[in-house]
Design a protein. Structure first.
Length: 451
């Protein structure tokens, strides 16, 4: 996962999901605890109130009925209605008083301990009771005092469950909306990077790129660096080609002098010495020509003005047809008007050598076809002639420097070797075979292009 957009989207999505999970856990426990604390505080207050009225009744020495009346009066009407969900149990030594709301239900309310005890119990009629049990200081006559109160919270639990379900639904929808908004913000925020990539591709194709003045500060240095690199590469390639041209002119004079020396030897009758010198001269010329052409190759990584295949190849074909006008040679071209992001000089060298070789061997027709579905990822084409073709045992060796299928044709056997060098520079493939349309030699070339 090398995409910055994907990494940021995944990271932020995980952060949102983690926050959502934490909120879900909080919703699971926090509302219940908040309500229980409120109910427990009220029950604790009621327990203190009952204890005070118990002490008052003991001080007045009320009887059993008076004690019950005093406690019920202190607790309130909710503890008087049978099975109301509000219950109390007061213990004084071995005596105890129950609220009238317990009716005939057998509630096993716990005894108070030191401090506050708040368990949950199952009450009558499916009630869920929250219980407070407290131990108070002993009475004046030394009897232990404990008070337990219970309240039904089943309705509150149901309300909390409904609230939790609604809150989780809203939370899920909010997370979904946030994820969508986050994705849109990331796409818009990283859009300048897409523009930078597009600018780099246009620079690679040799197009002029006008940098936006309001481009983000983080992107402008990158675009400027790419532009400088492209300009430097073009200047460097120009210097190499200029130097190769100078070297070619500089070597012509020494080679011409050696040729005259060979002619002088032949004039003096030394034909064997002259032939040896001429052989070495031909070898030197072939080697120099090949290496100079290799030095001028730009390769697949070089930028440039691009290669308008149909227009520029059409001009090359017109020149070749004029050269072979006496033979009535016809060169057919099937290609679109697209401009390919490859070096113009490399392509002219590549097509020039392939067409020159095909014209030498063709009887009447040469055919060049550029694959229409190649797209922008590769340049695929074939060159075919209607000549005699090449023997199967020589097909695999074609493209080797110095190899000539027929010594009767002029040349040094360098054309297809240079084609192989260009294809290798671009990391492409080169295949030789017999043509299915014209029947002669067919050369298939595929060049992967930077996209």
């Amino acid at each position: 996962m090398n995409s910055i957009r994907r990494r940021l989207s995944l990271t932020l999505a995980l952060v949102l999901l983690a926050a959502g999970v934490l909120l879900a856990f909080a919703l699971r426990d926090f509302p219940r605890r908040m309500v229980e604390e409120h109910v427990l505080a009220r029950l604790d207050h009621d327990a203190d109130l009952l204890y005070v009225h118990l002490l008052d009744a003991l001080a007045r020495q009320d009887g059993e009925a008076g004690m019950d009346s005093a406690l019920m009066g202190a607790a309130g009407p909710a503890y008087d209605l049978p099975l109301s969900g509000h219950y109390f149990l007061v213990r004084l030594g071995d005596r105890q008083w129950r609220s009238r709301s317990t009716w005939d239900a057998d509630l096993d309310l716990p005894e108070g301990a030191e401090g506050l005890v708040s368990p949950r119990l199952a009450g009558p009629a499916g009630q869920a009771l929250l219980v407070v049990a407290k131990r108070f200081p002993d009475s004046a006559d030394g009897r232990a005092v404990s008070i337990a109160l219970a309240e039904d919270v089943a309705a509150i639990d149901a309300a909390i469950a409904a609230f939790r379900a609604q809150a989780l639904t809203v939370l899920g929808l909010a997370l979904l909306v946030l994820l969508v908004l986050q994705r849109r913000v990331l796409v818009r925020g990283l859009a300048p990077l897409d523009e930078a990539v597009d600018a780099c591709r246009r620079l690679e194709r040799g197009e002029a790129v006008q940098f936006e003045a309001d481009a983000p500060a983080e992107v402008r240095p990158l675009l400027a660096a790419v532009e400088r690199l492209s300009r430097h590469q073009a200047q460097r390639l120009g210097r190499i080609r200029h130097a190769a041209g100078n070297l070619s002119h500089a070597l012509k004079t020494p080679l011409a002098v050696l040729g005259h020396s060979a002619d002088a030897l032949a004039a003096r009758g030394d034909e064997e010495g002259a032939a040896a010198i001429r052989t070495q001269l031909e070898t030197m010329r072939a080697t120099i020509e090949r290496e100079l052409r290799r030095a001028r190759l730009a390769g697949g990584a070089a930028g440039g003005a691009g290669f308008a295949l149909r227009a520029q190849l059409g001009a090359l074909i017109e020149v070749l047809q004029r050269l072979h006008a006496g033979r009535g040679l016809r060169i057919e071209l099937e290609a679109d008007e697209r401009t390919w992001p490859v070096d113009r000089e490399d392509m002219l060298e590549l097509f020039g050598n392939l067409l020159d070789n095909a014209c030498k061997w063709a009887r009447a027709r040469v055919r060049v076809v550029v694959a229409p579905d190649a797209g922008t990822a590769r340049l695929a084409f074939s060159v075919e002639d209607d000549g005699p073709g090449v023997a199967p045992e020589l097909l695999e060796r074609l493209g080797t420097a110095g190899l000539r299928a027929d010594e009767s044709r002029p040349g040094h056997g360098l054309g297809l070797a240079i084609v192989g060098d260009i294809v290798a520079q671009y990391g492409g493939t080169l295949r030789f075979g017999r043509g299915s349309v014209l029947g002669g030699l067919r050369v298939d070339v595929e060049l992967p292009l930077a996209v």
